[in-house]
Design a protein around this ligand. Sequence first.
Ligand code: ZN
Length: 369
Amino acid sequence: MTQFCGKTKICYGEDAMDALENLNATKAFIVTDEFMVKVGFVDRVKSHLDRNGIPHVVFADVESDPSLDTVIKGTRLFLENKADLIIALGGGSPIDAAKTITYFAHKASENPIKLTLVAIPTTSGTGSEVTSIAVVTDKQNEIKIPISDELLLPDVAILDARFTRTLPASVTAATGMDVLTHAIEAYTSREANVFTSIYAKYAIRYVFKYLFRAYNCGDDMEARENMLLGSCMAGMAFNNSGLGITHSIAHSIGGIFHVPHGLANAVILPHVIRFNSFDVGIRYQKIAQILSLPAATVEEGTASLIDAVCKMNSSMNIPNNIGALKIQESEFKAHLDTIAGNVLNDICTEGNPRRPSHSDIVDLLQQAW
Ligand SMILES: [Zn+2]
């Protein structure tokens, strides 16, 4: 059986935040970070809730790559406050934290009440506002724990590009390459289907058309809006199709060496395309054709796509090899076996079109270095 599910109500455009005024709730719990409070974005959410007469509590302790400890602390506070609406405001980290809090709160209650989860992304990257996956970090053991459950799927996603306007160029670049990685991995996943492919294709087109514009000029609102839509489309695709080993490697490298998720994906993606090309070269050729790149043969299409991804990285000051990141070579070599082990156990590896062995991953990592 083939399935496609898109439960989240997506509100976008200038008045999208008005969606907060149509919600039925008795108390809101806002999950965010200190920066969102400082720049006044939390106040914008509060004013919509005030207009709807919904009291609110703010939990602004979410750090980047939220830890299990933070999520547990947030869950306690949430339960103490007896809220029935959770609003996530921020990048992937606050959204993943809010999703995990929703999940833990449900599991911790004997008679769980119906919670409404609203996600408001302030980066164009994770697509987390429409996925049933969240990643939390076990800081002691340096591992990222992906949680996958229908309970994590937001009820409402609010896409207002004005929240992304002030993102620094380097963050725009890394999060935008995360979108591209979601879309390409979704398009080539073992679980891809006709519906996921439609969303993935559109997201790929949007990234190639708008990412550099958003990077080059942060005030280009047409580019910002379309990157936010592209990010959401890629999320719709991979939530149904799964991803691949670019993500598995990025999860492990991110956990051990603290490389931001989008940056790790950007650097690894061209190497994984090469690795997978024997199995799904025809799909890479198709992507190259969509982008009007030279793609007369499968080999030419694959080579064109790798070249285009590398050029996109370079144009935004992102390297094309792991060795150019701030990682010691001896440290990296010492962790090769651990990373390969983590990759084989990662939830995303299931979707990868080529079934890798432990030594395949070690070879791939060495080539990517
Ligand atoms: Zn990602």
